[in-house]
Design a protein around this ligand. Structure first.
Ligand code: DUC
Ligand code: ZN
Ligand code: ZN
Ligand code: ZN
Length: 484
């Protein structure tokens, strides 16, 4: 059985051209004019592009006393409905839990995924066991990315000594460290101060996490990665302070990548003020939404290439779950959804406004992630031999985003009421048509785990630095007698 996508315009990260595309056995088998197949999908007026990759999701994650409400079933159904054909979720050991043990839990959670998925591994504590298991995680499970929380003090946060040890281990294994960059000590101090002053509403969350806590942590992580001689991927870059550190590192020739979220690109801090409690609490996430200057910085980063991948950090909680934090903003579960909306929102606010070209859009939503995470060109590519994960986007199709029509399991949508233009006509996941003429055709369990290999990316400039400064003892004479 073959499927042909006809009459569309293929858009990749670097090319735009008219061609048909033939799919067989879950792969792209031919690209060219006048192709024939058993099943014909008409892409007249549409762009045919690599399916989206969301490099950052939290599905059914135990967090802040509860579990994020979208699991792999509803989360990947939402992903496909919005043109995303692969998600990369975080296996999250609770402090003290082994990495392989946590991985077993994530294997069990993900059996009903609709689309392909991969994992990052979180390092939430440090020990010889963690050090040893990292090797198995990389070599046997194909997880080549390790996430570190510099915030969530007393829960998931790791300190600088642990960060440095883990970054060095990543370097040895050819793995890439990821950081959630916020200064957790300062956040804890500011939160306590705000609560003591009676400032316990959701806006307190934003006040407790100013851009400086993110800029400081980003700079610190970059310097620690520098000393470990390892590349660095900074998740959810929300502000100029953090973006500036990444830009500077890149100008110095370092492999440092930054990932803005669609939420930070399109929603601002006014969401936390002059609104009802539920409205603001539903938008509590870390880092919080910022002002327009920071948003402009993120858009400029995407256009200039200093920021690489647009993600969602999809971590959805119901209104009831958000209400755990009534009277204490530090207890509001942090997180927002976005899996279904990332692609239509970025197309509308990026390509539709002229901020991004269609090719830059493909790079930011798919290809760059596949390259950095090293699953390109299996994913993120329109090439013969690549997986047939394909988005056929109709640039004229419009809708108003609404919780009443979304796939996500929660009872609201942070983009409620936004008009988007540019929506999936078809979405293929390894050749299977999951969205047909805009309608979802679900098949839980179709999604497969994507194993990755180390990419070989290092920070080469740093290895010469390391040689130059490798510790060596100095022969000295005239050593004074000890003691006072
Ligand atoms: N930030 C969130 O808002 N939710 C999940 C974890 C995180 O870092
Ligand atoms: Zn985070
Ligand atoms: Zn409201
Ligand atoms: Zn996250």
């Amino acid at each position: 059985m073959t499927t042909v996508i006809k009459n569309g315009t293929i858009v990749t990260a670097d090319l735009t051209y008219a061609a048909d595309l033939l799919v067989e056995g879950g792969k792209i088998v031919e690209i060219g004019p006048d192709l024939k197949g058993d099943e014909v999908l008409d892409a007249t007026g549409c762009y045919v592009m690599p399916g989206g990759i969301d490099p950052h999701t939290h599905l059914e994650m135990p967090f802040m006393g509860t579990y994020s409400a979208d699991d792999f079933e509803s989360g990947t159904r939402a992903a496909l409905a919005g043109g995303t054909t692969m998600v990369v979720d975080f296996a999250l050991p609770s402090p003290g839990q082994g990495l392989l043990d946590a991985l077993q839990m994530w294997d069990n959670k993900s059996t009903r995924a609709h689309c392909d998925y991969s994992f990052h591994m979180a390092i939430t504590w440090w020990s010889e066991q963690v050090f040893n298991e990292m090797e198995t995680v990389v070599k046997e499970r194909g997880i080549t990315t390790f996430k570190h929380f510099m915030a969530y003090k007393g829960a998931l946060m790791v300190n600088d000594d642990e960060l440095y040890a883990s970054f060095q281990r990543c370097a040895e294994l050819g793995a890439i460290p990821l950081v959630h960059a916020e200064n957790g000590d300062v956040v804890a101090e500011l939160s306590a101060k705000l609560l003591a002053a009676g400032n316990n509403g959701p806006e307190g969350h934003a006040y407790s996490r100013p851009p400086q806590v993110e800029g400081e942590a980003t700079n610190r992580a970059i310097m620690i990665a520098d000393m470990a001689g390892v590349p660095l991927y900074v998740v959810h870059v929300s502000c100029e302070d953090s973006h500036e550190a990444i830009r500077r590192a890149r100008m110095q020739g370092k492999r440092v990548w930054g990932e803005p979220l669609i939420q930070h690109l399109t929603l601002d801090e006014s969401e936390y003020f002059d609104k009802d409690w539920d409205h603001a609490a539903r938008r509590v996430m870390s880092p919080p939404f910022r002002n327009k200057q920071h948003q402009d910085s993120l858009w400029n980063g995407l256009a200039s290439g200093s920021l690489s991948c647009v993600a969602t950090d999809h971590c959805a909680f119901t209104t009831d779950q958000k209400r755990y934090g009534v009277g204490d903003f530090t207890k509001i579960p942090n997180g927002t959804g976005g899996l279904e909306d990332r692609i239509p929102m970025l197309w509308t606010y990026g390509v539709g406004t002229g901020r991004l070209t269609p090719n830059e859009f493909v790079a930011a939503t798919s290809t760059n992630s596949a390259k950095i995470l090293n699953c390109y060109p299996q994913k993120g590519a329109i090439l013969v031999g690549a997986d047939a994960d394909i988005l056929v986007l109709d640039p004229e199709k419009t809708k108003t985003i609404s919780a009443s029509t979304q796939q996500s399991a929660i009872d609201y949508n942070v983009f409620e009421g936004k008009e988007v233009k540019g929506l999936p006509r078809y979405v293929l996941t390894r050749g299977r048509v999951a969205v047909m003429d805009g309608e979802m055709q679900p098949e839980p369990g179709h999604g497969k785990y994507v194993q990755r290999t180390p990419s070989g990316a290092v920070n080469k400039a740093l290895s010469s630095w390391k040689e130059l400064t490798a510790p060596r003892p100095v022969e000295r004479s005239g050593i004074p007698a000890s003691g006072v």
